[in-house]
Design a binder for this molecule. Sequence first.
Ligand code: HEC
Length: 158
Amino acid sequence: MKAKRIRIAAMLAASALILHACGGGANEGASAGPPGTESQAPGAESQDESKPAGMITAADLSLGDIDPAMAEKGKTTYDVKCQACHSMGENRVVGPGWKGITTRREPAWIMNMILNIDMMLAEDEEAQKLLEQCLVRMPNQNLSKEEARDVLEFMRTL
Ligand code: HEC
């Protein structure tokens, strides 16, 4: 009796592992994945945005003193592509306001929200919480890494 229950439990555990591997793992079908970027990127879901930017890590970023020229460029991008949904203050428009955002979020996390929103919404708890609050999925704005970095610099001024 007891042994049977254990065996069932073991089977369940095994199938959970398999499910997990399918859901999040590198799936073999993704032959044309992003060229040799990261190893564990579970981006196998293929409702895929046009460019696989690769996840940003802290090591990819160096933040020194605020660079006014970059911040200026970031502001221009903000005006064109972000302002409809994000204020520079604390108030939420569609998405959260950006005041003080760089004090509450890691720079790499911010970069990934900009460049890899679909993966973040699939994987990252904080991003998922925001989605619950805002009820709208942020669309991928297709910024280049450099444009995103400029926006980050602009955020640092807020
Ligand atoms: C159509 C509306 C919309 C546009 C346009 C938009 N966002 Fe968002 N953004 C959201 C929503 C909604 C969220 C909350 C997370 C989610 O549900 O996707 C969000 C979240 C974020 C966050 C995390 C905010 C926080 O407080 O932690 C960042 C960073 C961000 N967006 C950056 C950008 C940048 C940069 C642009 C412009 C290039 C942009 N967004 C354009 C709707 C938008």
